[in-house]
Ligand binder design. Structure first.
Ligand code: ZN
Length: 375
C-alpha cells in the first residue's frame, strides 16, 4: 500500500532531523540555562532571530516588545503560522542539572527573583528553530508561506495580544492556520491533541474587603475583615459544588488570603486573590457573576463600611481547536509516528494566551491585562 501523501511529506521534511538533533539539544540547554522573565526575552529573541536568518527567513524583531516574526515565502499556497512562547517563570531551579539555571532578574515590580524554565518554553523555542530549519531545507517538498512566530510574555497573558497590538495580523500575511504546541505530562515519545476546547479560560481576580480596624480586645468597635474574608473563602467553595452542573466543569481556587500584621490588632482590610478555570463561555460568566454576588453579600452581611473592590489581574481565553485542521494534523501524526504514539487528550485545566491569535483574526481583543499588583 502506498504511503499517505501527508506521511510522505512529513518524511521528506524530517529527513535531516538526525543531523540537526545535537545542535537543537545544545540550543535547548543554552536557553534553559539562560531563562528570561515575561516581556524581557531579549537574549532568547536574539537567538531565535539569528537562527531564522541563517535558515533564510525574512526576520522582523521587536514585534510586541521582544517578539520575533520570520517569513519564508515559497510560492502560492496557504500561510501557516507556527508559534513558540519564550518566557520563563520566577521560580528557583533545584534539579541540580549541569545546565540548571542560576539566573536572577528584576520582575515587573522591581523585586529580584530567581528565574527558571519551569513550563518548558525552552523546549518550544528549540522545537520551532528545528521546524523552521527543516522546512527551509525541504522547500522543494511544499508550497505556501511559513510564518515562524516567537512570542513573549505567555506566562503573564500579555505577549500574544502585545504582538497583535503591534500589527502582527496587519504587517504580515494573515495566517490560514495557526499551530502551537506545549510539553505535557505523558509517556515519552507520544504526542496528543484534540479538536474543540483544549485549554481552559482562566481569570485571576484580586478582592479587597474593607472592614474597620480596632484593638483586638474590643471587637465590638470593629468590622472584622478577617472574619469577613474567612466567610467569603468558605462561601466561594459553594459555586462549583452547588451552582455548576455535574456535566460542566470549573475550578475556583483562592491562592492568596492576607490580612493584618499583629495578633492583637483587628486590621482595616483583607485581600483575597483567586483563580478561576472554565471550559464554556456560559459557565465562565456564571462563575464570575457568582463570585461578585457572594463577595458583595458577605461584605453587606458583615456591615462593611465600603463595598469590596474587585480587580481583574489577568485573563486567558478558552482555546478551541479547529476541527478540520486538528483532524488533518492528527492524521499526519498517526501516519508518521504510528497510531499508538498519537493520543487523544481532553481539555486540560491549564491556560494559554495562544487563542488570542484566533480571536485577533476575528477582529476582537483577547485580553484586558492590568498590571499585576504587588501581593
Ligand atoms: Zn507554558
Amino acid at each position: 500500500m502506498a504511503a499517505h501523501p501527508l506521511t510522505k511529506d512529513a518524511a521528506a521534511v524530517l529527513r535531516d532531523i538526525g543531523k540537526l538533533l545535537p545542535e537543537l539539544e545544545a540550543l535547548y540547554k543554552d536557553v534553559h540555562a539562560h531563562p528570561e522573565l515575561s516581556m524581557q526575552e531579549t537574549r532568547t529573541a536574539g537567538i531565535a532571530a539569528d537562527r531564522l536568518e541563517k535558515a533564510g527567513f525574512e526576520v522582523t524583531t521587536g514585534v510586541g516588545k521582544t517578539g520575533v516574526v520570520g517569513l519564508l515565502r515559497n510560492g502560492e499556497g496557504a500561510t501557516v503560522m507556527l508559534r513558540a512562547d519564550m518566557d520563563a517563570l520566577p521560580i528557583e531551579e533545584s534539579t541540580g542539572l549541569a545546565y540548571a539555571s542560576k539566573v536572577t532578574a528584576k520582575d515587573a515590580e522591581g523585586n529580584t527573583v530567581p528565574v527558571g524554565h519551569m513550563c518548558g518554553h525552552d523546549m518550544h523555542v528549540a522545537w520551532l528553530v528545528g521546524a523552521a530549519t527543516l522546512l527551509s531545507k525541504a522547500r522543494d517538498g511544499w508550497k505556501g508561506t511559513l510564518m515562524a512566530v516567537f512570542q513573549p510574555g505567555e506566562e503573564t497573558a500579555q505577549g500574544a495580544q502585545a504582538m497583535i497590538d503591534d500589527g502582527l495580523l496587519k504587517r504580515f500575511p494573515t495566517p490560514d492556520v495557526v499551530l502551537g504546541q506545549h510539553v505535557m505530562v505523558g509517556p515519552a515519545g507520544t504526542v496528543a491533541g484534540s479538536a474543540g476546547p483544549i485549554t481552559s479560560a482562566a481569570d485571576s481576580l484580586q478582592i479587597r474587603l474593607f472592614g474597620r480596624g480596632a484593638h483586638g480586645s474590643m471587637p465590638q468597635a470593629s468590622v472584622d475583615p478577617v472574619v469577613m474574608a474567612a466567610s467569603v473563602v468558605l462561601r466561594l467553595q459553594t459555586i462549583v459544588s452547588r451552582e455548576v452542573a455535574a456535566t460542566d466543569a470549573a475550578v475556583v481556587t483562592v491562592g492568596v488570603l492576607q490580612a493584618g500584621t499583629k495578633e492583637n490588632v483587628i486590621p482595616d482590610d483583607a485581600v483575597i486573590k483567586l483563580n478561576v478555570r472554565t471550559f464554556d463561555a456560559g459557565v465562565r460568566k456564571h462563575v464570575l457573576a457568582a463570585i461578585e454576588r457572594i463577595v458583595n453579600a458577605e461584605a453587606e452581611a458583615s456591615g462593611a463600611p465600603r463595598k469590596p473592590e474587585i480587580t481583574p489581574l489577568d485573563r486567558y481565553p478558552l482555546n478551541v481547536n479547529d476541527e478540520t485542521a486538528s483532524n488533518r494534523i492528527a492524521e499526519a501524526f498517526r501516519g508518521y509516528f504510528s497510531p499508538e504514539r498519537v493520543k487523544h487528550t481532553g481539555p486540560a485545566p491549564a491556560s494559554e494566551d495562544f487563542g488570542c491569535f484566533g480571536t485577533g483574526m476575528a477582529g476582537a481583543v483577547c485580553v484586558l491585562v492590568r498590571r499585576r499588583q504587588r501581593s
